[in-house]
Design a protein around this ligand. Structure first.
Ligand SMILES: *Cc1c(COP(=O)(O)O)cnc(C)c1O
Length: 223
């Protein structure tokens, strides 16, 4: 068994126990690595750049479920709307509007997650709690017909302090539960949190979807 297959198996033991989905983050990695994971049965893959996502989509089997996990520019939405399985990184009302527009043009429903800013770093994208609640109560939000918001996504602070990370995950889980209770019509069902360094903790904290890259494919070399 290859290293990639062994890694997938190890992580699956965890996700199966929690009934959650593993998104294999294949950014920067070659087609051959994705194929190896695919041959081991992996079907959910995540990318953070539109060009790379589109290129890989075109080259690889069509039953792959592609997740967009990186910051998405409005002028690039059109390229991924025809095939993307889930956009994790919706971080503004204007982006939501752009996705709605492109999705309605081709009559394809698009599932999205709203990205919430939970980390201490100021560089990470996402809504804060007040912005999120305002959005969900807005007329604009009510008028979305092709975009389906099915959950939230968050990235914890990049730190070895697992107590800090846990606090952030539990905070997001609490917000998610609260929004689910306040907006039953939305039927929120996905909470995307957890990466290579913190996915076990994320699962314990209620994650339904983990996004794992280097723990599967090895360190990324951006060279
Ligand atoms: C790169 C990336 C991941 C995966 O990171 P690893 O630490 O390699 O598991 C997860 N989520 C997002 C948004 C990313 O950009």
């Amino acid at each position: 068994m290859s290293a990639i297959q062994q890694n997938l198996e190890d992580i699956h033991r965890n996700t199966t126990q929690y009934n959650s989905t593993l998104v294999a983050v294949s950014k920067v990695k070659p087609i051959s690595s994705i194929r190896e994971a695919y041959d081991a049965g992996q079907r959910h893959f995540g990318e953070n750049k539109v060009q790379e996502l589109t290129d890989k989509y075109e080259e690889l089997p069509k039953d792959i479920k592609w997740h967009m996990i990186g910051h998405l520019q409005r002028n690039k939405v059109k390229q991924i709307v025809p095939f993307v399985h889930l956009i994790h990184s919706v971080d503004s009302p204007r982006l939501l509007e752009a996705i709605e527009k492109e999705a309605s043009k081709i009559g394809r429903p698009v599932d999205c997650l709203l990205q919430v800013h939970i980390a201490q770093e100021s560089t990470k994208y996402g809504f804060d709690e007040v912005e999120l609640k305002t959005l969900l109560q807005s007329e604009q939000f009510d008028n979305l017909s092709h975009v389906h918001v099915i959950g939230l996504m968050g990235m914890a602070t990049n730190t070895d302090d697992l107590e800090q990370v846990k606090k952030e995950f539990l905070g997001l889980k609490k917000l998610y539960d609260q929004l689910a209770a306040d907006h039953p019509k939305l039927s929120l069902r996905e909470l995307s949190m957890g990466m290579s360094g913190d996915y076990s903790l994320a699962l314990e904290c209620g994650s339904t979807m983990i996004r794992v890259g280097s723990k599967i494919f090895g360190e990324r070399n951006y060279g």
